[in-house]
Design a protein around this ligand. Structure first.
Ligand code: ADP
Length: 723
């Protein structure tokens, strides 16, 4: 089977496959239908070619040549039809096609006598090659008239097409030139001109490129494709050509140098050039791209940098603003808008935009056809493109309307894991240029990064919100714990308080009874009653102040003299401690130990440590002393509270600040006291620590930042509230 037979078979198969593929891709589109018809004509020609080339007897060769000629007669009008529908020439199209088609039919009967095919003869190694009949020349004239007229229509309409249409037609034009020139290499031999049909295989390429131009949604700029293909051909012509030249023209020379192994020369050269080839190709391609795609490469770089920055912005709003600004400014477009999917409202909401139009809709519904299309196709949609296609498909008519309502020259879907997260709407370019395929490819990458970055920002926002809520809950819980602990302490103090009140109450009662009995208003007795009543009031007030809900005062920090706090607390606990035979000694040589803090909270800390010390002493002794020492150094005030109690075992020291750690009996300790003390001291930016000896005692040390530079007089005024 010769080369021509193979090319015929190959062309035939390509035509059938491509024709069917394009037809089923969109059966309702005129372009697709007319393309399939053309492929059918070409397939008849190609298969006849194949069977003709493998025919062994003259009769069957003649049969296939006649059928081949029928195919050739159909091709020009089918081609014209295809170009007419591609150019959307409407009704005019039908008339031109029908005229061309009917004219071509005139030639068909002549396929079956000798007016088109005179005879079959051996030519240029082919067994049965036809001689052209009388009508063959008029047929060729008709053939090329159709083709030339098609080209004329293309050139005439070209300017009126959109850039997308123009790009498509450029592909068609180049494919047609290649196909027809290739096919034409069959004709010279009909007139005994000894040129073999070497261009046959170009028919397959022609069919293939046409299909690509129709079906492929978006075509690469053809000048880029041709430049790249040109560079490729040039590089590989050198790679294969130089060794070839060396092995033919330089053979004698090589034999002189290398002897019988002369062939190593060209082989080494080929290996060398073959290795170098790809690098040279890539280098030249980059250079060419830099010239052809200058503008794109410029903003492509900016967008790449922006993508890195994007991942760093955690605030969703800031991120969306940044994206809108970057695209608008780097690509130089009139306006932009970013619609963000709000899962709660189940719709897209405009969250950011640069120079948005006044009528820019604030929301896009989930059922909006554009949303559905973008989610399904995951591709950018250019207004010009749909406008171009709206004649073809009803879906595009709706899409065109939606895009118009959104002022969109381009709608960009930001998709993550098949979910449409954002829609970026872009207006026209300031330059008036349209969006190219490479623009869209770049935007698609940007859109993916946008989806990822916004998802991250949204998650981050959620986590932040969660943390805030939890912190709030914790603070609330802590307040409740402090309160619970206080109430527990109030319970312990109740006995002492009752006793303290009992004394003045007895005094009041005695004096009142005396007054009643004597019937006179004795001033001294009345004064005693007043005095005793005031004492009762003070005690009750203190208890109330201690047990008071911490809410109001917790946040209030003021300048405090720690000495006052200690004195107040000790006075308050004195009765309780006396009951247990425990004395307190306070060593505080200075007048003032100034800190910034909360009165109520610091009193709670001291109360808790003293009561723990008392419990510790009681466990091993009948009586004891608690020493409280105040001291201050540069920047710090220190309180040390020392007891003679049980001490704390080594293995427990680390645990006593844990919440709910207690060694006391049920009902006596909650195990919260020290944990609360620790958090209060931490809040005051201080430290609490201890050292302990078993059966000898424990020293708790509280250190707080001091306020030495404040005038003592002021502080005394401030701190002396309760005492
Ligand atoms: P509670 O007093 O309710 O048990 P705290 O958190 O105030 O809770 O104390 C926890 C534990 O620390 C106490 O149960 C006790 O075992 C130990 N502790 C605290 N202070 C002292 C001290 N001065 N001497 C010995 N043990 C102490």
């Amino acid at each position: 089977m010769g080369f021509t037979a193979v090319s015929g078979l190959l062309n035939g198969i390509t035509c059938i496959l491509m024709g069917a593929f394009v037809y089923f891709k969109n059966r309702s589109a005129e372009v697709n239908k007319s393309y399939s018809l053309l492929s059918l004509g070409l397939a008849v020609w190609s298969f006849s070619y194949f069977f003709w080339q493998i025919s062994n007897d003259r009769q069957s060769a003649m049969f296939w040549v006649r059928l081949l000629t029928v195919g050739s007669i159909l091709i020009p009008s089918f081609y014209l039809n295809f170009i007419l529908s591609l150019l959307k020439l409407g009704d005019k199209r039908k008339k031109i096609f029908i005229t061309a088609f009917l004219s071509s039919l005139i030639f068909i009967p002549f396929c079956f006598n000798n007016l088109l095919i005179r005879d079959l003869k051996p030519k240029l190694g082919f067994k049965f090659w036809p001689d052209a009949g009388t009508l063959y020349l008029p047929f060729l004239v008709f053939f090329f008239l159709c083709v030339i007229y098609s080209c004329y229509l293309i050139i005439k309409r070209f300017k009126k097409l959109s850039s997308v249409g123009q790009n498509q037609i450029k592909y068609v034009f180049i494919a047609s030139v290649a196909g027809f020139l290739g096919g034409s290499t069959n004709y010279p031999l009909w007139y005994n001109i000894p040129i073999p049909p070497i261009g046959n295989f170009l028919v397959s390429i022609h069919v293939f490129i046409l299909a690509y131009a129709i079906v492929k949604y978006r075509l690469m700029a053809i000048n880029v494709v041709i430049t790249r293909a040109g560079i490729f051909l040039a590089v590989y012509t050198v790679v294969l050509g130089l060794p070839f030249v060396l092995s033919t023209s330089g053979k004698n020379h090589l034999v002189n140098i290398l002897g019988p192994n002369w062939w190593i020369g060209p082989l080494v050269l080929m290996a060398f050039l073959g290795t170098l080839g790809p690098f040279v190709y890539i280098y030249l391609r980059k250079k060419a791209d830099a010239i052809l795609l200058k503008e794109q490469l410029r903003y492509q770089d900016i967008l790449k940098l922006a993508a890195v920055d994007m991942t760093r912005i955690r605030n969703l709003q800031k991120l969306l603003d940044f994206i809108a600004r970057t695209i608008t400014e780097s690509v130089c477009i009139r306006h932009s808008a970013i619609y963000y999917f709000n899962p709660e409202a189940k719709r897209f909401e405009m969250k950011a935009g640069i120079n948005p139009k006044k009528n820019q809709p604030a929301v896009i519904d989930l059922k909006n056809e554009l949303v559905v299309w973008l989610e399904k196709n995951k591709l950018p949609l250019a207004y010009e493109e749909i406008n171009d296609r709206s004649g073809n498909h009803p879906d595009f008519v709706i899409l065109e309307k939606q895009m118009r309502l959104l002022n969109a020259s381009l709608a960009l879907p930001c998709i993550l894991e098949n979910k449409l997260l954002n829609i970026i709407i872009l207006g026209d370019k300031l330059s008036g240029n349209t969006y190219t395929t490479d623009d869209l490819d770049n935007f698609l990458i940007l859109a993916k990064e946008t989806a990822l970055a916004t998802e991250n920002a949204q998650l981050y926002g959620k986590i932040e919100e969660d943390i805030k809520q939890r912190t709030k809950d914790l603070i609330e819980l802590q307040k409740q714990l402090i309160q619970a602990e206080k109430l527990a302490t109030v319970g312990t103090l109740a006995g002492g308080v009752a006793h303290e009140i009992n004394n003045p109450l007895t005094a009041i009662l005695t004096n009142v009874q005396m007054l009643l009995r004597s019937g006179e208003l004795d001033k001294e007795s009345l004064e005693m009653i007043e005095e005793a009543t005031k004492r009762c009031r003070t005690i009750v007030q203190k208890l109330m102040a201690y047990a008071k809900k911490p809410l109001a005062e917790t946040a209030v920090f003021s300048k405090i003299n720690l000495k006052t706090i200690i004195n107040n607390t000790v006075a308050f606990l004195r009765y309780q401690l006396e009951q247990d035979n425990i004395k307190i000694s306070i060593k505080a040589p200075a007048e003032a130990y100034l800190v910034e803090g909360n009165h109520n909270e610091l009193e709670q800390v001291i109360t808790n440590i003293i009561l723990n010390a008392k419990d510790a002493i009681k466990q091993i002794k009948k009586s004891g002393i608690i020493d409280i020492t105040l001291s201050q150094a540069e920047g710090w005030v220190k309180i040390e509270i020392e007891d003679e109690g049980t001490g704390i075992p080594e293995n427990m020291i680390n645990r006593i600040f844990d919440p709910f750690f207690t060694t006391k009996d049920v009902g006596k300790g909650l195990g919260l006291g020290l944990s609360i003390c620790q958090s209060i001291i931490k809040k005051h930016k201080g430290k609490i620590s201890l050292r302990s000896n078993i059966n000898r005692g424990t020293v708790f040390t509280v250190t707080l930042p001091g306020l030495n530079n404040i005038s003592i007089a002021n502080i005394l005024k401030d701190g002396g509230r309760d005492g």
